[in-house]
Write a protein that binds this ligand. Structure first.
Ligand code: HEC
Length: 147
């Protein structure tokens, strides 16, 4: 008997909270419309998801932030740090990129260019990124070769 009452009480409380939740969902925002910020974000990510895969988007963001200062936004090696000797690798050069395996790219990026027998002008980035982020960067770099 005691148990049945408890269960009923619970059912009533549950039903009431459902009503409250449902009511809140339908309540209009302060302006009387749905939140415009939310609508834009959802539409944005939907559009991006169909156009650019996340890996490339993220790879581009990281490359732009950490590498473009030397390698340039285009990846051709003409970044703002001009006068570097040797010049930063040119990722838009198809012939050059063909000589580099993904493993070599990973190694050069993680341990610096000196680790692959080049100069020490490209710093090691292994401690700055997660493995997944490095994969995003390599995926992105692989899209830059145009000629
Ligand atoms: C301070 C300037 C600088 C920054 C910042 C920089 N690089 Fe470099 N990078 C260089 C230079 C210079 C070389 C050419 C080294 C050589 O050929 O001896 C190079 C070469 C490379 C190479 C080619 C290595 C090879 O095997 O020839 C890769 C890959 C590379 N960088 C990736 C990156 C990535 C990814 C980032 C950002 C996370 C980055 N670099 C940031 C200057 C930079």
């Amino acid at each position: 008997m005691q148990k049945t009452i408890k269960i009923r009480k619970f059912a009533v409380v549950a039903a009431l909270s459902l009503l409250v939740i449902a009511g809140c969902g339908k309540k209009p925002g302060p302006s009387g419309k749905t939140d415009p910020k939310k609508a834009v974000t959802a539409a944005d990510s939907a559009a991006t998801a169909t156009k650019v895969p996340f890996a490339l988007k993220e790879g581009k963001r990281l490359f732009s932030h950490y590498c473009a200062v030397c390698h340039a936004e285009t990846g051709d090696g003409s970044g703002q740090y001009y006068g570097l000797t040797p010049t930063p690798a040119n990722f838009t050069d198809k012939a050059f990129m063909k000589t580099l395996s993904n493993e070599m790219l990973f190694k050069a990026i993680m341990e610096g260019s000196a680790s692959v027998g080049k100069s020490n002008m490209c710093p090691p980035w292994g401690k700055s990124f997660h493995r997944e982020e490095l994969e995003f960067i390599v995926t992105y770099i692989r899209t830059l070769a145009v000629n």
